[in-house]
Structures are given as structure tokens and as C-alpha cells.
Design a protein around this ligand. Structure first.
Ligand SMILES: NC(=O)C1=CN([C@@H]2O[C@H](COP(=O)(O)OP(=O)(O)OC[C@H]3O[C@@H](n4cnc5c(N)ncnc54)[C@H](OP(=O)(O)O)[C@@H]3O)[C@@H](O)[C@H]2O)C=CC1
Ligand SMILES: Nc1nc(=O)c2c([nH]1)NC[C@@H]1CN(c3ccc(C(=O)N[C@@H](CCC(=O)O)C(=O)O)cc3)C=[N+]21
Length: 287
């Protein structure tokens, strides 16, 4: 039986530390502020942005949520982002993905002030991460949360073979960069990978971010491997499952994350951490 990587418990620890940092900043007269923009009324995104707002408030941050209609024009969204860029009480801006098709996602990501880019999606921040630049800059929150989990559970990274299933800019690519920077050997796979199971069976660490329930079964996992399940899939009966067949894979894996209660809570905890990072960095810059 694999060791369970308890994302919910670790997120609590991370959040407790974040709360202390917020209290210290407040003593210096700075209240970290996060703004979330949600365009449209996708129910899952609404739940997610609400839970972020709730967490931010419970930690003592300022949090604003802008809910814009699905009919929002590019010019209106640009204006909303520019407004937040110039608001000194906002240190972190998150535009919930995906945007409705009529909006130019790349243009919006490029517009966010890189110093307020809490998702780490701005090309300046992506480029720094990719080139392993030292110094302070934000990185994507889900990968950051996964790295915190791996570190906390003492999973070795250097010289380890990592396979990531999925090629997204939100999760897979920034995670690949973070792991390469820790001297892991990282393979990215997707739908057109020739023999997926052959690849995944070679992984010391297997990360699955595909959005396909039960994509990974026990026969695709190397005995003793660490399995990180990023997937969030809502089944017809309303239950949430990941991409990994948890019941069978937990018998062969060495460590495994559950869904829910794994990567998800760590994403939110990392988002809160990174909002405080951005507030601290801006306080340093502004003296
Ligand atoms: N827990 C959390 O905090 C988060 C969870 N998620 C969840 O993670 C999942 C992935 O999201 P995201 O990273 O945004 O990726 P996307 O949903 O944007 O893309 C899915 C990726 O998976 C690949 N893929 C799909 N089916 C297969 C398959 N059968 N075999 C191999 N590869 C496949 C696709 O490959 P190709 O490129 O070849 O089409 C694509 O690259 C979703 O369920 C999402 O809800 C996302 C963000 C945060
Ligand atoms: N700009 C942007 N940044 C993101 O980081 C971003 C995004 N857009 N769009 C959507 C994805 C998805 N995502 C999740 C975060 C937390 C949980 C989470 O907390 N899940 C809980 C609860 C699951 C449930 O019950 O719904 C869990 O796994 O235990 C899930 C999914 C962040 N994303």
C-alpha cells in the first residue's frame, strides 16, 4: 500500500505560515491584496474562484472577485486588467482560465503586470523560469504546490526519471521547467505519444494532468513510483475523481496523491503564498 500524500493537511501547514507572514506585513502597513477576474458563468470556475476568495479572507488578505458576463468584450476585459494593474492595494491578479473563445487569452496574459502575475503565466516570468534565472518571480501555482509536496515528503528529484502526462501551459510545462531545474530528467507526453504506458512505466515520479478519468491504471505504473494526480473530473453522479485509477494504483505506487484532497488544496495554498511573496517583493521595491 502506497503512502498517501495528504495535500489537505500540508495545505493547512502552508496556510498557517502564510497567515503569520500576512500578520507581519500588516504590522508594516501592507495588506496583501488579490484580485480574481472570472468571465462567464461556468459553475466549476465559480466554485473555484469563490473558494480562493474565502481562503484569502480567512488568512487576512484583501480579496476582490470581479465577475464579468460571458458577453464581455476584449476592450472591457483590457480595461478591467489595466485598472487592477494600477491599483496599489492589489498585489496579485488572476484571470481565471479558460476565457470564452471570443476573447484573446494571450493578449490578456501579456497585459498583466509581470510583478502582479500571481499565476506566473506572463512570458517574462515563464522565460525566467524556463532559463532557471535566479531571483524573485512568480511561477504557476499548481506546479509550485506539487514541488512543495514532493519536498515535504522527501521525494528525491535529482537524477530521477519524471514522466508528465499532458502538455498544458497551466500545469505541465512550468512543472517540467521546475523539475529540470532540480536536475530531474523529464519527459512530457500527450495524446500522440507512441506508447504512453511504456513511458509511464519508466517513471520514478509520474504526474498526470490530462483530464481523463482512469487514464492511468496499475499496469502503467512502476512499482514504488510516486504518483501525482492533477486531474479534476466531475462524474455524472457529481463525484470528483482524478486521472489515476486510485484503488488499483495505490497497491503498486510508493506514494500517491488523492483526488480530492491532493494537488487541488495545494494549488490554492500556493496561490495564497505567492500573493504574499508579490506583496513582500513590491514592498522591497517601493522601499
Ligand atoms: N488540481 C489542480 O489544482 C488543477 C487541476 N487541473 C486539472 O488537470 C487536468 C489537466 O488540465 P490542464 O493541465 O489544464 O490540461 P488541459 O486540459 O489543457 O490539456 C490536457 C492535456 O492532456 C493531454 N491528454 C488528454 N488526453 C490524453 C490521453 N489520452 N493520453 C495522453 N495525453 C492526454 C492532452 O494532450 P494533447 O496536448 O496531445 O492534446 C493535453 O496536453 C484537468 O482535469 C484540470 O481540471 C488543472 C489545473 C489545476
Ligand atoms: N488562471 C487560472 N489559474 C489556475 O490556477 C486555474 C485556472 N485559471 N483555471 C482552472 C484551474 C483549476 N484549478 C484548481 C484549483 C484548485 C482546485 C481544488 O481546490 N480542488 C479541491 C476540491 C475539488 C472539488 O471538490 O471541486 C481538491 O482537489 O481537493 C481544483 C482546481 C486552478 N486552475
Amino acid at each position: 500500500m502506497a503512502t498517501l500524500i495528504d495535500g489537505r493537511a500540508l495545505a493547512k501547514e502552508v496556510n498557517a505560515h502564510t497567515k503569520q507572514r500576512i500578520e507581519k506585513l500588516k504590522e508594516k502597513g501592507v495588506t496583501p491584496g488579490i484580485a480574481t477576474i472570472l468571465v462567464g458563468d461556468d459553475p466549476a470556475s465559480q466554485i473555484y474562484t469563490r473558494s480562493k476568495e474565502k481562503k484569502a479572507h480567512s488568512l487576512g488578505m484583501k480579496s476582490v472577485r470581479e465577475q464579468l458576463p460571458a458577453s464581455t468584450t476584449q476592450a472591457e476585459l483590457v480595461q478591467a486588467v489595466e485598472h487592477l494593474n494600477s491599483d496599489p492595494s492589489i498585489h496579485a491578479i488572476l484571470v481565471q482560465e479558460p476565457l470564452p473563445n471570443h476573447l484573446d487569452d494571450t493578449a490578456i496574459v501579456n497585459l498583466i503586470d509581470p510583478l502582479k502575475d500571481v499565476d506566473g503565466f506572463h512570458p517574462i516570468n515563464v522565460g525566467k523560469l524556463y532559463n532557471n534565472v535566479q531571483g524573485n518571480y512568480p511561477v504557476a501555482c499548481t506546479p509550485r504546490g506539487i514541488m512543495t509536496m514532493l519536498r515535504h515528503y522527501h521525494v528525491p528529484l535529482a537524477s530521477q526519471d519524471v514522466v508528465i502526462v499532458g502538455r498544458s501551459t497551466l500545469v505541465s510545462r512550468p512543472l517540467q521547467a521546475l523539475l529540470i531545474n532540480e536536475d530531474a530528467t523529464v519527459t512530457i507526453t500527450g495524446r500522440r505519444t507512441k506508447d504512453l504506458a511504456k513511458r509511464t512505466r519508466e517513471a520514478d515520479i509520474l504526474v498526470v494532468a490530462a483530464g481523463v478519468p482512469n487514464l492511468i491504471k496499475a499496469d502503467a505504473v512502476k512499482p514504488g513510483a510516486t504518483v501525482i494526480d492533477v486531474g479534476i473530473n466531475r462524474l455524472d453522479d457529481g463525484t470528483i475523481v482524478g486521472d489515476v485509477d486510485f484503488e488499483s494504483v495505490k497497491e503498486v505506487a510508493g506514494m500517491i496523491t488523492p483526488v480530492p484532497g491532493g494537488v487541488g488544496p495545494m494549488t490554492i495554498a500556493s496561490l495564497m503564498e505567492q500573493t504574499v511573496d508579490l506583496a513582500e517583493w513590491s514592498a522591497e521595491i517601493n522601499g
